[in-house]
Design a binder for this molecule. Structure first.
Ligand SMILES: C[S@@+](CC[C@H](N)C(=O)[O-])C[C@H]1O[C@@H](n2cnc3c(N)ncnc32)[C@H](O)[C@@H]1O
Length: 209
C-alpha cells in the first residue's frame, strides 16, 4: 500500500522509530498517521495496543486525545506481561524523543471499560479478539460513543475471513478495504474521507462479496 503522493509523508526519525516496533499490525502506520491528519480527531480509541505500535502511530500527529486499551488476560499472563512492558518501553521512548505527546493507556477488559466511558469518539480502531462474536460484542459496546461521521478501522479482516472478515462484511456503513498485510477494513459515513482515500492511496481492494 503506497501513498500516491509519497512526498507528503517523508520518512522522518519518528516514522522510522514507529515502523521499527514489532507487530502483526505493520503496514498500516503511514495510513494511521495520514488519516489522523485528515480527520483531526478529538478522541481516538485503540482497542488492543499490545506492544504499542498502533497507539503510537495514531498519536503521532498529536491531534486530540489518544486512548490505548488492553489488558493482561488470565490465560496468557507471562506473555502479556512481556508485551505490556514492551508497550510501556516503546511509548516512554516515543514521548522522550518527542514523537508523541499525548497517550492515555487504560488497562482492563474492553467491555468493562466501555461501561464507564463518557467521551464521543472520532476514530475507533478494533484490533483485539478475532472471533465474530467477540468483535461484535466489542463493537456494540463502543458504538454508542461513535460520532455520526466517526471512522471505524478493523484489523485482521483478511487474516480471519470467517470471523473478523464476516463482521466487517456485515457492517452497514460505507466501507473500503486495504487487503495487504492482515487486512484493514475502513468504515465511515464520512464521504469526503472515502474520496480522499481513493485519491491518495493505491491498492485499495474490492470489498469481499
Ligand atoms: C493483535 S493485538 C493488538 C496489536 C496492536 N494493535 C499493535 O499495533 O501491535 C490484540 C490485543 O488485544 C488485547 N485484547 C484482546 N481481548 C481483550 C479484551 N477483552 N480486553 C482488553 N484487551 C483485549 C490483547 O491483550 C492483545 O494485546
Amino acid at each position: 500500500m503506497f501513498l500516491k503522493q509519497r512526498n507528503r509523508l517523508r520518512s522522518t526519525p519518528a516514522i522510522q522509530f514507529i515502523q521499527s516496533i514489532d507487530s502483526s499490525w505493520k503496514g498500516y502506520e503511514l495510513f494511521a498517521i495520514w488519516v489522523v491528519k485528515k480527520i483531526k480527531p478529538k478522541v481516538i480509541v485503540d482497542l488492543g495496543f499490545d506492544k504499542g505500535l498502533s497507539t503510537i502511530a495514531f498519536a503521532h500527529r498529536n491531534c486530540g486525545d489518544t486512548y490505548g486499551i488492553d489488558w493482561v488476560g488470565e490465560n496468557n499472563f507471562s506473555q502479556k506481561r512481556d508485551s505490556m512492558e514492551k508497550a510501556f518501553h516503546n511509548i516512554s521512548a516515543a514521548i522522550r524523543m518527542k514523537y508523541v505527546k499525548n497517550i492515555n493507556l487504560i488497562i482492563g477488559p474492553l467491555t468493562e471499560i466501555s461501561e464507564k466511558w463518557d467521551r464521543e469518539i472520532d476514530l475507533l480502531h478494533i484490533d483485539c479478539a478475532h472471533s465474530y462474536d467477540e468483535i461484535k460484542e466489542q463493537y456494540e459496546s463502543w458504538k454508542p460513543f461513535l460520532k455520526k461521521d466517526a471512522v471505524i478501522l478493523i484489523h485482521d479482516v483478511g487474516a480471519f475471513p470467517n470471523e473478523t472478515g464476516r463482521f466487517f462484511q456485515e457492517l452497514t456503513l460505507p466501507k473500503r478495504l486495504f487487503a495487504h498485510g492482515k487486512g484493514l477494513g475502513i468504515a465511515t459515513n464520512n464521504s469526503s474521507l472515502h474520496e480522499q482515500i481513493a485519491n491518495a492511496w493505491e491498492e485499495t481492494a474490492n470489498l469481499p462479496s
